[in-house]
Design a protein around this ligand. Structure first.
Ligand code: DCM
Ligand code: MG
Ligand code: MG
Length: 240
């Protein structure tokens, strides 16, 4: 049976891949997420920048207006939160290079570590959105969701337990929605809109790119989310 809005219990249905799916449901808000960090999973990375944009399903299902380059304009009505965080450990040279961030730079700008205040800001942001919520991140299952779980566990908090999680890398691959250049965020954007995205490897830039890609394939991805989203509570932390 189709769970209505507000009914967000996990049902333990096993899909073809690993992990537990939520009961099929009509997510009201999609929360697009990207993290910039000090490195890759073997480096036990720490978050240095976090960005979330919350967009209601109604805006995602409208035909988007296009910008002067032919890429979709983001919906007029959305909430956004971007926070810089002192990761309290150095960046790998690669991470520093691609993000343009450094621990020293964050310190010099008075940024604090990922503390209760960050967790409360995020919780307050999410509490304002129409539920049920589906978090969306590109490569989210392998990277952003587990790392956010690790960082929130450090400060003793969690996301709303009924939240769904959608990994657009995983979904676009299974739906065979990729272009010639593969399924990376930049390649998908390039394949759809014929140019490089702006702001790559800034958290906000990557979220804007992700939303543009999502808008181009919204009906399929939202249908996928309704059937195949995983439960936040089933995302294992990256490390503890
Ligand atoms: N990252 C990395 N090396 C790469 C790609 C990513 O260390 N080759 C890390 C640093 C980034 C984080 O992953 O801040 C998130 O990647 P992205 O900017 O693609 O969201
Ligand atoms: Mg990313
Ligand atoms: Mg990024």
């Amino acid at each position: 049976p189709q769970a209505g809005p507000g009914r967000v219990g996990t049902c333990g249905t096993r899909g073809p891949g690993p992990g537990t799916m939520l009961a099929p449901q009509h997510f009201q808000t999609f929360v697009f997420l990207d993290l910039e960090t000090t490195g890759l999973p073997p480096d036990r990375p720490r978050i240095a920048e976090l960005c979330v944009f919350a967009v209601h399903r109604n805006s995602l299902l409208q035909r988007p207006l296009l910008d002067t380059t032919g890429a979709p304009r983001l919906p007029r009505i959305l909430d956004q939160l971007t926070l810089c965080v002192d990761p309290l450990q150095p960046f790998t040279p690669k991470a520093a290079n691609i993000t343009g961030l450094s621990q020293q730079g964050l310190e010099e700008n008075g940024k604090r570590g990922l503390d209760q205040a960050v967790a409360q800001a995020l919780a307050g942001f999410l509490a304002r959105q129409a539920s049920p919520l589906c978090l969306v991140a590109h490569n989210g299952f392998a990277y952003d969701f587990p790392l956010l779980r690790t960082e929130l566990a450090r400060v003793g908090t969690e996301m709303p337990p009924g939240s769904g999680c959608l990994d657009t890398l995983h979904a676009m691959k299974e739906l065979r929605l990729g272009g010639q250049g593969g399924y990376g965020l930049g390649a998908l954007f390039q394949g759809l809109f014929g140019r490089e995205p702006n702001g790559a490897h800034s958290a906000e830039g990557d979220v804007r790119t992700l939303i543009a890609i999502f808008l181009a394939r919204a009906p399929q991805l939202m249908d996928w989310a309704a059937r195949r989203a995983r439960a936040w509570g089933d995302v294992p932390p990256m490390y503890l």
